[in-house]
Structures are given as C-alpha cells and as structure tokens.
Design a protein around this ligand. Structure first.
Ligand SMILES: NC(=O)c1ccc[n+]([C@@H]2O[C@H](COP(=O)([O-])OP(=O)(O)OC[C@H]3O[C@@H](n4cnc5c(N)ncnc54)[C@H](O)[C@@H]3O)[C@@H](O)[C@H]2O)c1
Ligand SMILES: CC(C)[C@H](C(=O)O)[C@@H](O)C(=O)O
Length: 406
C-alpha cells in the first residue's frame, strides 16, 4: 500500500458531526466579487499556554487568518491565559474568565501547558489540572487523534519504511472520564500507618456508549474497522467497557469490531500498525497509545487533535506538550498546531474548504523540502519554527481565493 501523500481519511474526512458548530455561527451568505469581503465571522479563543505553546499558536493564528480570508471568513481572536502562564498571572491554572470566554466562542485553539516551574505545585495548582478542567468545562468527551504517515515523511519515522508506509489510523480517546476524573482519589495512610495514594478508574454506561458511537461512526466513514482497546482480563472497568462496546456494536453491523488488550495493542502498534483503522479506548490508554502512534508518523510535532462534545465549541490542540527542553529556541515543529487549526475548521466550524487549504499548504511546505529538526532527514532543508510557519503561510497566501474561483 502506498503511503499517504495527503491528509486523507485520518485527518480531513469528517467522520461525523457532534453538533460542535456553535449556534451563534452565522448563516453563510453569498460571496460577491472580492475575498476581502468577509461573509462569515467566527470567534476563536486562543490559549497559547506555556513553553512552545505561544510559538506554535502565533503561527497557527496567522495561517487560520489567511486560509479563512480566502474563503470569505473572518476570525475574531481572543487570547486568554491558561496553564502556567495563568498561574503566574492570576494564581490559578484556568481562570473563570478563560473558561467563560472559551465557552462562549465558536472554537478553542490551545497550544500546550506545563513546565518545570510548576511541576512541584499542589495538584489543584498544576497547569495540567487547568487543562483537565477546561476539557471537563467544555464537555468535550470525544478526542480524535489521527496518525497518518505522509509519503514526504516516511524516512522520518523511527520504524522501518515498509512498516510505517501507508499507516493511517485514528485514535478515538474518551476524554472526560476514567481514572483522570474518577473518585475516590487522593493521598492517605492505610490501616498500618503506611503512606498511600490512589485513583479510581470508573466509567458509567452512558460515557462508554457515547464514545463507542462516535468511534463506530468514525470507523464507518473510514475503512469500517474498529478495534476497542482495554484491559478486560484484569480490570472491572475494562470488562464493563468491553460489554458496552459489544452491545453498541449491534447498531453498526457494517463495522467490524475487534477487541485487544492494551499491552498487546502497544506492541502491535510498532509491530504492524497498518492492521489498525480506528481505535477506541479510555482516557489513559488513549493518552499513551496516541503518543506511541505519533512516532510512527515521524514526530509528535506532527499530530493534531480535535475534542468534541454534544454541543458547544470544540477544543483543538496538538497532542504534544509544552516541550520545555526546546521552548524559546525556535526549534518546535508548528505543524501539529497548524493541522489542529485545520481540524478546528473542519470539525469545529464545518469549513471544509478552508481546512483543505491549510492541509494543502502543509503538504506543499513539506514537498518543497522544509523540515524542522524533529522530522529532518538528509537532503531536506532544516528550518526553525518561524521559518516553517512562514513557508506554510506562503503556500496558503499563494492559493486562489474562492471568490475568484466561483
Ligand atoms: N496538551 C498539553 O498541553 C500537554 C500534553 C502533554 C504534555 N504536557 C505537559 O508538557 C510538559 C512537558 O511534557 P513532556 O516532556 O512529557 O512531553 P512533550 O510532548 O512536551 O515533549 C516530549 C518530547 O517531544 C518533543 N516535542 C514535543 N513537541 C514538539 C514539537 N512541536 N516539535 C518538536 N519536538 C517536540 C520535546 O522536545 C520532548 O523532547 C509537561 O508539563 C506535561 O505535563 C502538556
Ligand atoms: C497534560 C496532560 C493532562 C494531558 C493528558 O494526559 O491528557 C496530555 O498528556 C495530553 O495528551 O493532552
């Protein structure tokens, strides 16, 4: 099978709509003669966050602006503090104003949060706690993490070419439940006076059913194969997960369902990743497996994500973190965030043409040989974060506005 030369089923084909387009979104009106006349306006909350977050968000913002303008779309951006940046500014990792602004916007684009400076903070004062509260506050339970090996980047994968080539999978991660949110949790001492810490993996039937349906819908629009990953040989919550997913499968007779234990799935992902089409799994397994899947594609710096709920704005973010080891050095790969902006357009706003413009621009910059350090291979041009952003921007800017095409 040939490797992908474009973002196909994994990234650009919308598997379903979770009604994440805000009710506030205006009805499209006719574009007259100039792309400079905005026909549609959307409010976007930008959360640059920490580390490389601000570097990659400023690039994604510019790319969004240009891609939107070519489709007669205007964005009203509102930048808000989040994570460590918010802690320094306000004393909390997710200020009320940040959450309310995010909730009332049409979509939210996040860079990354976290860093050494706040690592020893108490739990409620950690940047990561802010991110979990944001996901909970926006009720974005379905996290789509596509991993597609692009032909241009086959040599960047740490796997052998014949193993990586052609990989195109989608991890559907449950995002607002499981051990991340389960109670009881905490630190204590046991009956022998020994210090302990504990968390609870808990899932209600409705939480499994709704993520399973998203996954079946996703698989149905891709290659019709869904693998549910759990630890049902050991954990009660996983036994229940498997039972519910199997029940929901009766609603999707056209989708081939299989089950796999998470330890095997971790192994199979590097042994033969092409066996996977769509994977559905719980919050913590999804976190780990999607990072693993990212390396098949070349770098975690390439992987975008979309987090969607039943209604309200979606949250779009690269799957990587704040990368404190390279922050402020112009070394970050901005493409995961740029592609998250494309997912925002596609899944969040239903603006597929503008999304396609961004994806094409990313491919064009790669085709012209530009590579940040994480995806560099000999024969290409090594660039920093800013220059990669400029090259993507150049590609978008050179595209013909839709008003001229129509
Ligand atoms: N969604 C988020 O905001 C998010 C996700 C993961 C981790 N974090 C936080 O980020 C901080 C650092 O975590 P970590 O080091 O485990 O994970 P990380 O993803 O930040 O970094 C892991 C490795 O990948 C590299 N990397 C990550 N993104 C890159 C990019 N765009 N371009 C090039 N290289 C990139 C880093 O340099 C590092 O070597 C922690 O505080 C963690 O909690 C935040
Ligand atoms: C930073 C952390 C809370 C987060 C998670 O575990 O979900 C991160 O690893 C991610 O994948 O976005």
């Amino acid at each position: 099978m040939a490797a992908s030369t474009q973002f196909n089923a994994g990234t650009v084909r919308s598997p379903f709509r979770l009604q994440s387009v805000s009710k506030k979104s205006p009805k499209p009106t006719r574009i007259s003669c100039s792309a400079a006349t905005p026909a549609k306006r959307y409010s976007i909350t930008l959360l640059p966050g920490d580390g490389i977050g601000p570097e990659v968000i400023s690039i994604a913002k510019n790319v969004l602006k240009v891609a939107g303008s070519l489709e007669g779309i205007e964005f009203l951006f509102q930048e808000m503090p989040m994570g460590g940046a918010a802690l320094d500014l306000t004393g909390v990792p997710l200020p009320d104003e940040t959450l309310s602004t995010a909730k009332s916007s049409d979509a939210v684009l996040l860079g990354a949060i976290g860093g050494y400076k706040w690592d020893k903070n108490e739990k409620h004062l950690k940047p990561e706690t802010g991110l979990l509260k944001l996901r909970e506050g926006l009720k974005v339970f379905a996290n789509l993490r596509p991993a597609t090996v692009l032909q241009q980047l086959v040599d960047s994968s740490t796997l052998k070419k014949e193993v990586a080539e052609g990989v195109d999978l989608m991890v559907v991660r449950e995002l607002t439940g499981g051990i991340y949110f389960g109670k009881p949790r905490g630190f204590s001492t046991n009956e022998n006076g020994v210090e302990i810490a504990y968390n609870t993996e808990v899932y209600a039937a409705y939480e499994i059913d709704r993520i399973a349906r998203v996954a079946f819908e996703t698989a149905r629009k891709r290659h019709g194969k869904l693998c549910s990953v759990d630890k049902a040989n050991v954990l009660e919550a996983s036994m229940f997960w498997r039972k519910r997913v199997t029940e929901i499968a009766t609603e999707y007779p056209d989708v081939e369902l299989s089950h796999m234990y998470v330890d095997n799935a971790a192994m199979q992902l590097v042994r033969n990743p092409k066996q996977f089409d769509t994977i559905v799994t719980n919050n913590i397994f999804g976190d780990i497996l999607s990072d693993e899947a990212s390396m098949i594609t070349g770098s975690i710096g390439m992987l975008p994500s979309a987090s969607l709920g039943e209604s309200g704005p979606g949250l779009f973010e690269p799957i990587h973190g704040s990368a404190p080891d390279i922050a402020g050095q112009d070394k970050a790969n901005p493409l995961a965030t740029v592609l998250s902006a494309a997912m925002l357009l596609k899944y969040g706003l239903g603006e597929e043409n503008a999304a396609k413009r961004i994806e094409n621009a990313v491919l064009d910059a790669l085709n012209r040989g530009f590579r940040t350090g994480d995806i560099y291979s000999p024969g290409n041009k090594l660039v920093g974060c800013k220059e990669m952003g400029e090259e993507v921007l150049k590609s978008v800017s050179s595209q013909v506005p839709s008003a001229v095409l129509n």
